[in-house]
Design a protein around this ligand. Structure first.
Ligand SMILES: CC(C)=CCC/C(C)=C/CC/C(C)=C/CC/C(C)=C/COP(=O)(O)OP(=O)(O)O
Length: 397
């Protein structure tokens, strides 16, 4: 299952740096890797290790080092007040008074004119309107969907994925260089020149699709986490510059970006748990092999759709871990610009409900698809709204 992206009307997300310790836990009969959170203060040299076992559950909670993914660089580039330098269309000395109407019509303008329009708009508009944010999120969403369709869509089998993805990446560079190929690309060109969005999360998503074409199973959670980052965590990174951070938020920008990334991870882990039966029909098992083994399970049990006590216990742990990421995401969601909070809270709460639905199905996600009914969805909206109007408060890390 490749991720596809579901962003309800508008949205966006990232947290602490973490690193794997060389040690292994010996405090339990099950062999498990011990993961340490490396606190943000590590940049000052004072590294604070927090044992992963502070969080409940049997399985490791942390995946891949964010440092190895160079995520800090992405955040720093995106947090500058201007669109990132790789967005070469953006120049500071353009005409500042050009009116902006109908983003897609920009494709009809010469690239020089486009530069003027976009630059003037970005420099003169400190706080984008909700409509502008929605259009930008839509452009990102469409690009992510189209990327997913290349390897997961109806024509995927007829295409040589590697070549197609290479060509798609060249086209991405053209988008960022102001040479969109079609009208949908133009919407993204417009977006990346209006908001400080870095190209790396987009490239990483393409990398995730490459990974998906060559891998049909994941040995451990670290491998799976990397995949989840590529195909879903990246969406959080792409979205934050558009969604915006509340000016009154005391939290660090890195903390908020981490929360955004964790929302993507939580969503993807949930998607995996919801679709495990469907993915098995395609010969795919997006579950850590070592963890299956810890519960006395293997791929064959998944293919044979055996829902036994071992499977239920295994699922409980997987659900605990997905919730762990949603909880981290929630901490950051309070700090988004208030215009963006409601859709994010709605998406977050909706995804958590999928986990509840798996529990209600007595952990049978092999023969039944977890489903959240319309009434539950509607009832959730006011609750999401009440969360979204809460004033951003700590943690100010
Ligand atoms: C929390 C903070 C600070 C910001 C929010 C940042 C955002 C918007 C993060 C969103 C991340 C996101 C939407 C990732 C996509 C994850 C995903 C697995 C999408 C799958 O979408 P579906 O459409 O349900 O998948 P299917 O098509 O497989 O059903």
């Amino acid at each position: 299952m490749c991720s596809s992206v579901s962003i309800s009307s508008t949205c966006l997300v990232w947290g602490p740096q973490f690193r794997r310790s060389a040690s292994s836990s010996s405090s339990s009969s099950s062999s498990r890797t011990q993961w340490h959170i490396l606190s943000p203060s590590s940049s000052t040299g004072s590294v604070k290790f927090i044992n992963n076992e502070v969080s409940s559950g049997l399985l490791s909670k942390w995946g891949f080092s964010h440092e190895d993914l160079h995520l800090r660089d992405i955040v720093d580039r995106q947090s500058s007040s201007e669109p990132s330098s790789n967005n070469s269309l953006f120049t500071k000395d353009d005409d500042e008074n050009v009116a902006r109407e109908g983003d897609l019509s920009l494709i009809l303008l010469s690239s020089t004119k486009l530069t003027s329009v976009v630059a003037a708009f970005a420099l003169n508009t400190p706080r984008p309107s909700t409509l502008e944010r929605q259009r930008a999120i839509w452009a990102i969403y469409v690009w992510c969907r189209r990327t997913d369709e290349l390897v997961d869509g109806p024509n995927a089998d007829c295409l040589s994925s590697v070549g197609v993805l290479d060509r798609w990446e060249e086209r991405l560079e053209d988008i960022f260089n102001g040479r969109p190929y079609d009208v949908l690309d133009a919407a993204l060109t417009d977006t990346v020149h209006e908001f400080p969005i870095d190209i790396k999360p987009f490239k990483d998503m393409i990398e995730g699709m490459r990974l998906d074409t060559r891998k049909s199973q994941y040995e451990n959670f670290q491998e799976l986490y990397l995949y989840c980052y590529y195909v879903a965590g990246t969406v959080g990174l792409m979205s934050v510059p558009v969604m915006g951070i509340a000016p009154e938020s005391p939290a660090s920008v890195h903390h908020i970006y981490d929360a955004a990334l964790y929302l993507g991870i939580g969503n993807q882990l949930t998607n995996i748990l919801r679709d495990v039966g469907e993915d098995a029909s395609r010969g795919r098992v997006y579950l850590p092999q070592d963890e299956l083994a810890q519960f006395g399970l293997c791929n064959e049990d998944v293919y044979l759709r055996k829902v036994n006590d071992g499977w239920r216990e295994f699922m409980k742990e997987q659900i605990t871990r997905a919730r762990f990421y949603f909880n981290l995401a929630e901490e950051g969601a309070y700090h988004l610009d208030k215009a963006s909070r409601w859709p994010v809270w709605s998406a977050l709460m909706l995804y958590k409900k999928i986990l509840d639905a798996i529990e209600e199905n007595d952990y049978d996600n092999l023969t039944r698809r977890a489903y959240v009914g319309r009434t539950k969805k509607l009832l959730m909206l006011p609750l999401a709204y009440s969360r979204s109007i809460a004033v951003p408060a700590g943690p100010a890390v």
